[in-house]
Design a protein. Sequence first.
Length: 204
Amino acid sequence: MTARPLSPGRQVRARLVRAMAVAGLAVLAGFGSATTASAHSQLEGTNPADGAQVAALPEQITLTFNQDVLGVGTAVQISGPGGSVVDGAPTVVDKEVRQAILPGSAAGDYTVQWRVTSADGHPISGQFAFSAAAGSGGSRAATSAAVDLPAGDSTGGNAPLIWLLVAFVAVLAAGVALARRTNSASRAEAGGEGSAQTKDVDAS
């Protein structure tokens, strides 16, 4: 028994289903990759803590992350009543970043801006603040120059996920539009076949 060939409308629908299945699998695969890639380092805590009021200005501030960070691209800026108080470059040890504070810095409110590079090479940044009731010990030898912090990503890198969702919606919308056109063509084709059969009956 020979199988009846599919009508043009059904052939188009079959191709549409296959194309949407392939596109859906591609989007899901990309979603998984983007989810893995977006697992950048995250700040777990600071010392002093954000909003803390300490008795005296510490010798250094410490940032602790949930995973190791890279030394390349790491920068910390500490600003107080007298301007920048960073003393040298920050040090990176596994999950911790430490930045020394100039001896003899005054009491007051301090803001810390930081930028680090995740182990996957993605830059992240943020800031926190604290206040010190007394300055740090020692004498301040020189005024430290402000550190220029390039813009980082403090959102965790969700852009790839957003673009994948946009692509999925676009594929879905295109599929719906094509399905509607195919259904219209199929109805027109069915009407034509019905008219032709009616004519054949009348002729017989």
